[in-house]
Structures are given as structure tokens and as C-alpha cells.
Write a protein that binds this ligand. Structure first.
Ligand SMILES: Cc1cc2nc3c(=O)[nH]c(=O)nc-3n(C[C@H](O)[C@H](O)[C@H](O)COP(=O)(O)OP(=O)(O)OC[C@H]3O[C@@H](n4cnc5c(N)ncnc54)[C@H](O)[C@@H]3O)c2cc1C
Ligand SMILES: NC(=O)c1ccc[n+]([C@@H]2O[C@H](COP(=O)([O-])OP(=O)(O)OC[C@H]3O[C@@H](n4cnc5c(N)ncnc54)[C@H](O)[C@@H]3O)[C@@H](O)[C@H]2O)c1
Length: 468
């Protein structure tokens, strides 16, 4: 039994089905989850035209061919296509094609191995799992408790990715990934955007230069980036009226919409966790096979956002593959391979998580930052290089701005982290992920020759710098 048919639940169901188990998945909204309709797909559909236009503008010759701005209506229409017009028929047929049963409704645990589903027609179905129940219920946007917020109708990531119109003025609160991506998209679509960040910079979980270069890009795109400031109160007379944010510095900021991109909360508050001895509302703590800790028997799993290991679609799908294999093996009574990088251990969650932030410039990273590695007690060396000095990058864009860093574990002789910030770097990231997950010795990496003249030649420059 899988509760939640987001990318994680769908993949987990596919894997347990492939392992020969009958599988049913319960979904209360749309099959495909947050990612397909209000997160990855619509947001990247909004952002891709921004990058395409920026690329064309960055090169003499093609720059002269760009005569206008983005066509907002066309961008929004393409976004609607990528969100399947918020209908899940396509994903439902995929579930059918792999032999997984779909049960529509709100699922709740009801003691060990039992799930009660409140169906849309007001009925109740009780389903009992022979082997396992996997919770894949994801997250919802977390709003701060502020005076006036309930009447202010703020945008969350859902409205920011699905809005049918472009607000004239948009305030974005939060300098994390959602904040910077949505500020990029809506500014390019024509909104006057102010980004309010309570800390000192953007993207605090990445190397500091990532936030700095992204802030530079946003400012160049006309976004007002304000750091060290937070919202203390909201005032809005009606949803059709502008909203006023009262700020911690005493100022006031009026806009047509305000987006809170202030993090996520797990969807575990109405899941019957109390019936199995767990507290409702928290993140689910799992071991490396994705089994929930503190539960008797080997039947309760949690994968994807809901376990807080990594709030990314690709990591959720990875966990689904690992958990599916573990559930299948346990059902057959086979021993599990739980050693690091074993078939039943989600080791990459702690060693090699890649992420691309689709801003202009793109910022992407895998593994820990230099500071995180040092804090974890590892002896590391960070090696930096200016991406603009790489021939492939200078061909990619006139006056290319970008920077790269690798973090080398000096005791183990391989890299454990890498960060690239610059246009066209997103597709470079997987090369670093392979080096990190494969623990490729630097002496061998020296023989991995990047093609000339591509941006990938950054690898050669970084290794030369490391070797002196
Ligand atoms: C704006 C935005 C952009 C993002 N962009 C990216 C990106 O580019 N790349 C990336 O890797 N990640 C991105 N993410 C993160 C990504 O969306 C999540 O990591 C991913 O959706 C997690 O998948 P999941 O299956 O664990 O949960 P979800 O996608 O949240 O799916 C959970 C499903 O469970 C259902 N559900 C919940 N409770 C119940 C219940 N009790 N009974 C039945 N069903 C239930 C929900 O309706 C939902 O369909 C983005 C997030 C946001 C907010
Ligand atoms: N391209 C991608 O991979 C992508 C895109 C979007 C989202 N995501 C995932 O979705 C998750 C959620 O993204 P997010 O941006 O909502 O969360 P986040 O945790 O990345 O950023 C939230 C930011 O809001 C700030 N904040 C929190 N409370 C605040 C308050 N009251 N006032 C002002 N600022 C406040 C935090 O300091 C933080 O910097 C991320 O973990 C990310 O992995 C991924």
C-alpha cells in the first residue's frame, strides 16, 4: 500500500509491482503530486523561456535578432500544457499500464498494516497490506504566523506556479530556491518584483558565491533584492485590493500579490500516525532502507519529501527505487544489502545529492559545501576557478560570468562536492555527481578529457589548479 501518488509514490508502486507484489496507491488530489502540477514542471516551464531569451541576448549577432520581451500569454499557455491543465488522466493511465491499483481519497493509517481511505463519495474503505505500507505524502508550503496573514490571501508555491495572470507588482518573501526561481520567472514575465530576504544572502545552503551571483543576475533583471529584512505584519482589505507588508525596518511595501516561499511542512498531520504510536505533524524518521524508525515489525516505510532527507523529486524517486527493492527483498525473505552504496541503502541521500536552481545564471551543486564538509570534521581543500576564463564559456556568452568549486577530500583522494554557477551549467552537474558517487580518484579523473571548446573544460582547469 502506498499513500500519496506524487513522483515518489508512483515510482515506489512501480518498483514493488516489478518485485511481484500486488500494489495499490491512495491519492487525495492529483496523481503526479506537487511536482507535476504546482512545483517542478510548471516552474521549469515558466523558467525555460527566460533562459532561452537570456542566451540569445548574450551573444553578439543573435542579440540583434531579439526585438521584444517574453510573450507572457504564450509562456503561460506552454506552462499550462506542462501542468497537463491540472488533470491527471495521463498519469492514471501510466499507473494502470504498470498494474498498480489507484484508490482515490484521503488515506490514514489505522493501526499496523491497515489504511482507511475516505473516498470522494463520502464512503470508507479499509485496506490491509500483506507486506508494507509506504507513506509518500510529501509536503505543503509553510506560512509564518503573522498578524493579518489569514486575510491577506498570500501566494504559496501553488499560486506562484499556476497563476493565470501576471501581477503588476509581486513581493517575494524568502531567499531559498522557490523564492529566487519565482522572482526570476515573474520578473521576466513583466512583474515588478521585490525579493525580501531575512538573512544576509540568497541560497544559504549553497556555496556563498552561488547566492552572490544569483543576486547579481536578479538585480540585473530589475528585481529589487533586499537582505536583512522580514515581514512583521500584512494588511489587505480584500483579495482584489493591493497587499501591504509591514517590514522589520519600519518600512511598508505595497504590491498586488505577495508570495511566501518560506519552506515546507510535512503532510503527516491527518495521517493516523497516532494509531501506530507516532506523533502527528512531524517529519518521518527513517533508516537507510527508508523504513520508519520506532515501529515494530518491518512494514512501515516513508519516502520522498515526507522523511526530510532531501526535498527533491529525483531524490524521492531514488528513495522509491531503494525502498521498493527493500520491500520486495523482505517479502521474499531475502537478506538485504544495506552496506553503503548497497542495493538496499539510500546512500546518495547523504553523500551525493545534486540540485539545479534554474535562475539566470543557473546555480547547481552536488555534495556538501566546503564549510559543511569542514563542520563534519573532514580534511578538505576547496579549489575555485572563474568559469569566464574557460574557452567554451566565453563562446557560450559574451562577458560570461560564472564560477566553479570542487571540494576535495584530502584523506580519500576524491572529490566530495562540486558547485557550478553560470549559464548552461545545469547539464554539467551530472558529471560531478558521477565523480562524487563513484568516488573517482583524482588521478583517474585526470584522464577524463573534456571536449574542447565546451564549458566542461572547467574540469581540466579545476584539476590543474588542484595539482598546481
Ligand atoms: C515551486 C517548487 C518547485 C520545485 N522544483 C523542483 C525541481 O525543479 N526539481 C526537483 O527535484 N524538485 C523540485 N521541487 C521539490 C519537489 O516538488 C518535491 O521534492 C517533490 O514533489 C516531492 O515528491 P513527493 O512524491 O515526495 O511528494 P509530493 O509531490 O508532494 O506528492 C505527495 C502526494 O501525496 C498526496 N497525499 C498527501 N497526503 C495524502 C493522504 N493522506 N492520502 C492520500 N494522498 C495524500 C498529495 O496529494 C500528493 O499528490 C520543487 C518544489 C516547489 C515547491
Ligand atoms: N530547482 C529545484 O531543485 C527546486 C526548486 C524549488 C524548490 N525546491 C525544493 O523545495 C524545497 C522548498 O523550497 P523553499 O524555497 O520553500 O524552502 P527553502 O528552505 O529552500 O527556503 C526557504 C527560505 O525562507 C526563509 N524563511 C523561512 N521563514 C521565513 C520567514 N518567516 N520570513 C522570511 N524568510 C523566511 C529561510 O531562511 C529560507 O532561506 C527546497 O528544499 C528545495 O529543495 C527545489
Amino acid at each position: 500500500m502506498v499513500i500519496g501518488a506524487g513522483p515518489t509514490g508512483e515510482n515506489l508502486a512501480d518498483r514493488t509491482r516489478a518485485a511481484g507484489l500486488t500494489t495499490a496507491v491512495v491519492e487525495s488530489e492529483l496523481v503526479g503530486g506537487e511536482c507535476s502540477y504546482w512545483a517542478c514542471m510548471p516552474s521549469k516551464a515558466l523558467l525555460r523561456p527566460v533562459a532561452a531569451l537570456a542566451d540569445a541576448r548574450a551573444v553578439a549577432g543573435s542579440r540583434e535578432a531579439v526585438t521584444g520581451k517574453l510573450d507572457a500569454a504564450a509562456v503561460l499557455a506552454r506552462r499550462d500544457e506542462f501542468a497537463s491543465h491540472w488533470k491527471d488522466a495521463g498519469q492514471v493511465s501510466w499507473l494502470e499500464s504498470v498494474g498498480v491499483d489507484l484508490v482515490r481519497g484521503q488515506g490514514r493509517l489505522d493501526g499496523p498494516r491497515r489504511v482507511v481511505v475516505e473516498t470522494p463519495d463520502g464512503g470508507r474503505r479499509t485496506l490491509t497490506a500483506r507486506h508494507a505500507v509506504a507513506v509518500c505524502t510529501g509536503t505543503r508550503a509553510m506560512l509564518p504566523e503573522l498578524p493579518g496573514i489569514a486575510d491577506a490571501h498570500p501566494w504559496t508555491s501553488r499560486e506562484a506556479t499556476s497563476s493565470p495572470t501576471v501581477p503588476g507588482r509581486l513581493t517575494v518573501v524568502g531567499g531559498g530556491v522557490v523564492g529566487v526561481e519565482m522572482a526570476t520567472a515573474w520578473a521576466a514575465l513583466g512583474s515588478t518584483v521585490t525579493l525580501l530576504v531575512r538573512g544576509s544572502g540568497l541560497l544559504p545552503r549553497m556555496e556563498p558565491f552561488a547566492g552572490e551571483l544569483v543576486a547579481e543576475g536578479l538585480t540585473a533583471a530589475g528585481v529589487s533584492v533586499r537582505t536583512g529584512v522580514s515581514v512583521t505584519e500584512l494588511r489587505r482589505a480584500a483579495e482584489s485590493e493591493p497587499v501591504t507588508a509591514v517590514l522589520s525596518d519600519g518600512g511598508r511595501l505595497e504590491s498586488d500579490e505577495i508570495l511566501f516561499a518560506t519552506g515546507r511542512a510535512p503532510r503527516t498531520d491527518d495521517l493516523g500516525l497516532d494509531t501506530v504510536g507516532l506523533s502527528p505533524g512531524g517529519w518521518l524518521d527513517v533508516d537507510d532502507t527508508l523504513r520508519v524508525r520506532g515501529i515494530d515489525g518491518e512494514w512501515l516505510y516513508a519516502a520522498g519529501d515526507v522523511n526530510h532527507r532531501s526535498l527533491l523529486t529525483h531524490q524521492g524517486k531514488y528513495q522509491a527505487r531503494i525502498a521498493g527493492a527493500a520491500i520486495g527483498a523482505r517479502a521474499e525473505g531475502r537478506a538485504l544489502d544495506t552496506a553503503p552504496w548497497g542495493a538496499h541503502a539510500a546512500t546518495a541521500d547523504t553523500a551525493a545529492v545534486p540540485q539545479v536552481v534554474f535562475t539566470d545564471p543557473e546555480a547547481c551543486a552536488v555534495g556538501p559545501t566546503a564549510q559543511e564538509a569542514e563542520r563534519a570534521g573532514r580534511r578538505v581543500r576547496a579549489v575555485d576557478y572563474d568559469l569566464g576564463q574557460v574557452a567554451g564559456a566565453s563562446l557560450y556568452a559574451d562577458g560570461y560570468r560564472g564560477r566553479a568549486r570542487i571540494v576535495v577530500d584530502l584523506d580519500r583522494g576524491h572529490l566530495i562536492g562540486a558547485t557550478f554557477v553560470g549559464r548552461g551549467t545545469a547539464e554539467l552537474l551530472h558529471s560531478a555527481t558521477i565523480a562524487v558517487a563513484g568516488e573517482v580518484p583524482l588521478e583517474r579523473l585526470w584522464h577524463a578529457v573534456p571536449s574542447y571548446p565546451t564549458i566542461s573544460e572547467i574540469w581540466l582547469r579545476l584539476l590543474e589548479t588542484y595539482r598546481g
